[in-house]
Design a protein around this ligand. Structure first.
Ligand code: FE2
Length: 265
């Protein structure tokens, strides 16, 4: 995916959002701020006028999470510039997820049609945008753990499924070379075991009944800044920065289902 925004001085537009030094603002908020300034209202007036915009923002379903700590960690092999560009892309997915959610509230359902209809288009792109948010949050969340190792139940689960942690890592990297979007290692609720899925885009082949534990982004945007088209070097860098404590914590969340969970009941 390429960036959708354009630089505007200290601000950058991503979809219906603007990223500035003050954080992420909707276009509506930015326009309201401009209108307030143009009207010559004082600080007190601005506070009174800004209230509806804040209330509007609070109704949004998705809020970008703060992963700026990853930049501060100065990970070996994943530069600050690479992570910052990637985070901008992630915030774009958050904005589009909110935009689609808002449009689904007012879309004309009487024209529903499986060849083309506004509802169909919104539903199709909703899964792309929302999965783009969720998979990126899982990806950034399992980065930044240089020096950690799989231990305990996580280590034994990987050994049981793949033979050894080393063989799992070989499989993970090979899977990363095989896919165009994502590799997702998770807990298969259908049978209660660790499993791996590959996705070419956020919403194609995304598994059901599956709890993601470790997410690897192999879109070119995840490594082009640092490695050009050399994905193998990126996969080595990713492997060295996995936060295994986070992965173990995610596994512990499903530990009460040692035999899986029958989602059909
Ligand atoms: Fe990405």
């Amino acid at each position: 995916m390429s960036e959708t925004g354009k630089n505007k001085g200290s601000r950058e537009a991503i979809g219906n959002y603007e990223v500035s030094r003050d954080g992420l603002k909707t276009r509506r908020e930015v326009l309201m701020m401009g209108a307030v300034a143009a009207a010559g209202l004082g600080v007190a007036g601005m506070a009174a006028q800004a209230a509806p915009a804040v209330a509007q923002a609070s109704k949004e379903l998705y809020t970008a999470r703060d992963f700026s700590g990853l930049v501060a960690k100065k990970m070996e092999g994943l530069s600050a510039s690479q992570i910052e560009q990637h985070l901008k892309l992630y915030k774009g997915y958050v904005g589009k997820s909110n935009e689609i959610a808002a449009k689904l509230k007012e879309v004309d359902i009487t024209s529903a049609n499986a060849t083309y209809s506004p509802l169909r288009e919104l539903l199709m792109e909703q899964s792309f945008a929302v999965n783009g948010v969720i998979y990126h949050e899982l990806y950034f969340g399992n980065l930044g753990g240089a020096g950690t190792e799989p231990t305990g139940a996580l280590k034994s689960s990987l050994e049981e499924r793949f033979g050894s942690v080393g063989k799992f890592m070989d499989f993970l990297k090979a899977s990363g070379k095989s896919m165009r979007g994502w590799v997702v290692v998770g807990y298969n609720l259908r049978g209660g075991f660790i499993d791996t899925f590959g996705l070419d885009t956020h919403n194609i082949w995304s598994p059901a009944g599956f709890v993601p534990l470790l997410v690897l982004d192999v879109y070119e945007h995840a490594y082009m800044v640092d490695y050009g088209i050399d994905r193998a070097k990126y996969l080595d860098a990713f492997a060295g920065n996995i936060d295994w404590k986070v992965v173990a914590k995610r596994l512990s969340a499903v530990s009460k289902y040692p035999s899986g969970l029958d989602l059909t009941v």
